[in-house]
Design a protein around this ligand. Structure first.
Ligand SMILES: [Zn+2]
Length: 228
């Protein structure tokens, strides 16, 4: 009974038609048809290095980034991210989390991770949307790795708005001191993977990392569905 319910639930959240081109999907459970999935650009180690050289300077450059797809306008990845965020297809984020953990299983095992934490949404925004898409992504990773995830360790202290039209420096200013640990929660000496749906300049995730480090976190790595 439970399984039937779960199957219905999956069908509801993960469509039978490709979310990108609307053609019928032969292997239900995949959000994209084969043709659209083939258009996704897998993030290579070279892409990560290039991204870090541009946006992660100095000591930040040592941080490990695990990401699935290169973000590109008009690529199915854009529609994938949009559906997860705005069309309530958050179970797709869960599946992508499992995919990420499976793809990087060997590398991730080197970090002795204790917990997977999503970048928090401002509580008003979360209430409006009904969910934090990054939490489902984190949950997929955590379930695959048999680890814990939680939305109650860190909080966003104010609404930072959309950063789409801000440049790199404006983004840094925009998220400055925007995160805090939840009272009574501690990440002292913990190895953490902090995850977001998409990493662009990294200003948001770096601010989260500062908050976690200030609380005594040990090693931190980054995970994302896409790298822009
Ligand atoms: Zn398609």
């Amino acid at each position: 009974m439970g399984n039937i319910f779960l199957y219905d639930l999956l069908n509801f959240f993960i469509p039978q038609n490709c979310i990108c081109c609307n053609s019928r999907i032969i292997n239900p459970g995949n959000p994209l048809c084969r043709k659209c999935a083939d258009e996704l650009i897998t993030v290579s180690p070279e892409i990560v290095t290039e991204h870090k050289m541009e946006y992660f300077k100095g000591s930040d450059q040592d941080i490990a980034i695990f990401s699935l797809y290169l973000f590109h306008m008009n690529n199915p990845v854009q529609i994938l991210l949009h559906s997860i965020k705005y069309n309530s297809k958050f179970l797709i984020a869960y599946r992508l989390g499992k995919m990420l953990a499976e793809r990087f299983e060997k590398d991730l095992s080197n970090y002795n991770l204790n917990i997977i934490l999503p970048v928090p949404l401002y509580h008003v925004k979360k209430a409006e949307r009904g969910f934090n898409q990054s939490y489902y992504f984190a949950k997929g990773i955590a379930d695959y790795m048999r680890l814990k995830t939680s939305q109650s360790y860190m909080k966003r202290t104010r609404n930072t708005g959309t950063q789409t039209h801000l440049n790199k420096n404006e983004r840094v200013q925009n998220v400055k001191a925007a995160f805090a640990m939840v009272k009574g929660r501690s990440v002292k000496d913990k190895n953490i993977m902090i995850v977001d749906d998409v990493i662009t300049t990294g200003s948001t995730i770096k601010e989260c990392i500062s908050t976690l480090k200030a609380d005594g976190a040990n090693q931190i790595v980054i995970g994302s569905i896409a790298l822009a």
